[in-house]
Design a protein around this ligand. Structure first.
Ligand SMILES: Nc1nc2c(ncn2[C@@H]2O[C@H](COP(=O)(O)OP(=O)(O)O)[C@@H](O)[C@H]2O)c(=O)[nH]1
Ligand SMILES: [Mg+2]
Length: 289
């Protein structure tokens, strides 16, 4: 990892991952999955079980619930009690917040908490099954094998795909929203709006969560823009993005408006993005996009 270029390291990572399992010492890396929930009672238990049965003993799950009226917070709490500790770290815990305060605020609180508790890596992940559990080890492996501060589970690099349940119109809208933010901000991160992102702890500290402006979904864009501005390497690994089958999307007009305005705000404020898009790498690990 020290004497090879990031490119060689990424190629090695892909070889290791091709074996289907991370080496033991990598699998034990303290990794916290931060999962914001609002009315995800039908999704959360299955997601938690899928994550906690991965061959990743270092993985902990932190649910950030905004007092969901459907009782997601209590269900998560009960589930957490059933999962035992490993080597002193709780496998699952819940951060309860008093009111619905937006996806971005929930992530900021959860990621700060995870890093303060000693996580070496933090993974952002939705509770609705859109993000593939089977890719978690690969994201971690790529992060460990390279200098990447952020590894993006990407819908928009070669090999990335969108749910077949999405019609052409919705796919186009998603692509357009991604291109909109990326073009205004001049970044080469291909999936800048995506929400399945692995962060190295020092990268989380570098972006300074306390000063993040976005309350809602534009958090994803703002965080990656900040990462690039701080000179962190951003790598993208292709994923298949599934449509949610249970529960409802929390996307609303306010959230959409914030996402339209935020790229302009960030661009004109600078947001410490002096490095522009340099440092962003697209494509499979080992390729430059
Ligand atoms: N804690 C919290 N979680 C939220 C909030 N808004 C959305 N979420 C969660 O964020 C994730 C993504 O939201 P989702 O509605 O699936 O967004 P979509 O995929 O863009 O339609 C899900 O796990 C939601 O439950 C919020 O205000 N607070
Ligand atoms: Mg969703």
């Amino acid at each position: 990892m020290t004497d090879a270029s990031p490119l060689d390291a990424a190629e090695r990572a892909v070889q290791v991952l091709g074996a289907g399992r991370l080496p033991e010492e990598w699998a034990a890396t303290p990794l916290t999955v931060v999962m914001p929930t609002y009315n995800e009672a039908g999704n959360l238990p299955g997601m938690a079980d899928a994550l906690l049965t991965l061959p990743l003993p270092g993985l902990s799950l932190l649910v950030v619930d905004d007092s969901s009226p459907d009782g997601t917070g209590d269900i998560a709490e009960e589930h957490a009690r059933r999962h035992a500790e490993t080597s002193g770290r709780r496998r699952m815990s819940v951060l309860h917040r008093t009111e619905k305060d937006g996806l971005g605020r929930a992530y900021a609180a959860g990621m700060a908490h995870a890093v303060a508790e000693g996580a070496h890596y933090v993974l952002q992940m939705d509770a609705d099954g859109s993000h593939p559990v089977a890719k978690v080890a690969e994201l971690l492996g790529v992060a460990l094998a390279t200098d990447a501060g952020v590894v993006v589970g990407s819908r928009y690099v070669q090999g990335g795909t969108l749910s077949d349940a999405w019609g052409a119109h919705r796919k186009l809208l998603s692509r357009w929203a991604n291109a909109y933010a990326g073009t205004i901000l001049g970044t080469r991160v291909r999936d800048i709006t995506g929400g399945f992102n692995l962060w190295r702890a020092d990268a989380v500290r570098a972006v300074d969560l306390g000063s993040v402006d976005s309350a809602g979904y534009s958090f994803q864009v703002e965080m990656k823009y900040r990462a690039v501005g701080h000179g962190l390497d951003v790598m993208e690994v292709p994923i298949h993005f599934e449509d949610r089958t249970v529960g409802e999307s929390k996307m609303n007009l306010m959230v959409q408006l914030e996402s339209v305005v935020m790229p302009w705000k960030l661009r004109f404020r600078g947001a410490g993005a002096s490095g522009g898009a340099d440092g962003a790498r697209g494509g499979r690990p080992g390729t430059r996009g």
